[in-house]
Ligand binder design. Structure first.
Ligand SMILES: [Fe+2]
Ligand SMILES: [Fe+2]
Length: 371
């Protein structure tokens, strides 16, 4: 950085300039206040120290000091004032308005050089600190901007998620409506062919949901059981009325024919988008825990859970209601038959759940009686 030396163009100024030049400093020597101001205005970054030598008027000195101090770009450039006014100048006042250092004539050349050199060093360090501070401020600013943008993005994301949530809910609702109407269409087909009333389907559905919920299975599973249990006998549309509506017991042949409702039902929906659970209920609701059921002779936990649940619900309802081939059994007799089927026909764990919640079972039964 350069030394801006302002003096009256006399011999003393030359001496000062030579002292600095012969060492290692670059000097810009100015004799007019306005020229000095021009340099300070146009190339402030080149100047590392300003030396004011007496000779120009005291007012010019003060004017220059104020000019340096009043600009953001020069206010910290150190000013060294060389006092040649003797008693006229109040040094304290000069230091007060921001002069960095002063020298009184006569002075030692070496000390003069060191004072100038130190002032430049001081200013260079000051500028480094200032640059670092600016960088930190800029980083903070960027950081704040990034935080602001992240907040904005989060807000937008939340809004988007909200909209997506609405769409998903609407879609799910629509899908459920479609599924429900499909199921009720299938149920209606079933009603024409079965001796059962629609209430059988509703009760089986509610018993099955109750068992699933009380067994602690998740809500979605219980909801699906409730939704698809009504489909368990849809295959009966494929069984002739002679068999379906036959009073009294089936012959072995007739029973074999009746058993087909399971596979007929399964074939009806196997290629549909209905969930696996619905297909399992239809295909396996006549399997028995000990493997003696139909159609696949599955045993224990080989039988899908939903089918094991529906089996209990379906048999309980068949026992406690009137059919063309039998009167309704008393509750005690029906419960005894279920209990006898523990580990044979029914999953013992699920049967326990059913008995533990018999009060709720009976409430469902009462609320959904056949007309
Ligand atoms: Fe069935
Ligand atoms: Fe049934």
């Amino acid at each position: 950085m350069k030394v801006l030396l302002i003096d009256d163009g006399g011999l003393f100024g030359k001496v000062l300039r030579d002292i600095l030049i012969t060492k290692d400093l670059e000097v810009v020597n100015i004799t007019q206040k306005k020229d000095a101001m021009k340099i300070l205005d146009e190339k402030p970054d080149e100047i590392g120290v300003v030396i004011l030598d007496g000779g120009i008027s005291l007012n010019d000195h003060i004017g220059l000091i104020n000019h340096v101090k009043n600009s953001d770009r020069t206010e910290y450039i150190p000013i060294i004032f060389i006092d040649s006014y003797n008693e006229v100048v109040n040094i304290e006042e000069f230091l007060n308005i921001g002069v960095y250092d002063y020298l009184k004539k006569p002075f030692d050349n070496g000390i003069f050089y060191l004072k100038v050199k130190n002032a430049i060093k001081y200013y260079e360090n000051f500028k480094k600190l200032k640059d670092a501070k600016n960088k930190i401020e800029k980083m903070n600013l960027n950081l704040r901007e990034n935080y602001r943008r992240a907040d904005e993005l989060n807000r937008r994301l939340e809004e988007k998620n909200k909209i997506l949530g609405f769409l998903v809910d609407a879609r799910t609702e629509e899908l459920e409506r479609m599924t429900t109407s499909l199921i009720s269409a299938l149920e209606n087909a079933n009603l024409y062919n079965d001796e059962n009333t629609g209430k059988h389907i509703i009760r089986v559905s509610l018993y099955a949901e109750l068992i699933s919920e009380k067994a602690g299975f998740d809500k979605l599973f219980s909801k699906k059981i409730k939704m698809y249990a009504p489909l368990h006998d849809i295959g009966k549309v494929g069984i002739s009325d002679n068999i379906l509506k036959k009073p009294g017991r089936y012959t072995e042949e007739e029973f074999e024919e009746m058993k087909k409702h399971v596979t007929i039902g399964y074939n009806m929906i196997k290629d549909s988008p209905l969930p696996k659970l619905a297909k399992e209920i239809i295909l396996y609701h006549h399997e028995k825990w000990d493997g003696t059921g139909y159609t696949n002779g599955l045993k224990g936990e080989e039988i899908p859970l939903a089918a094991r649940i529906v089996a209990i619900a379906d048999v309980f309802d068949a026992l406690t209601t009137k059919r063309t081939y039998k009167e309704a059994f008393s509750l005690m007799k029906a419960l005894k038959i279920l209990e006898d089927g523990r580990g044979k026909h029914f999953d013992p764990f699920l049967l326990d759940i059913f008995f533990d919640n018999i009060d709720s079972v009976l409430e469902i039964r009462e609320e959904n009686k056949d007309e």
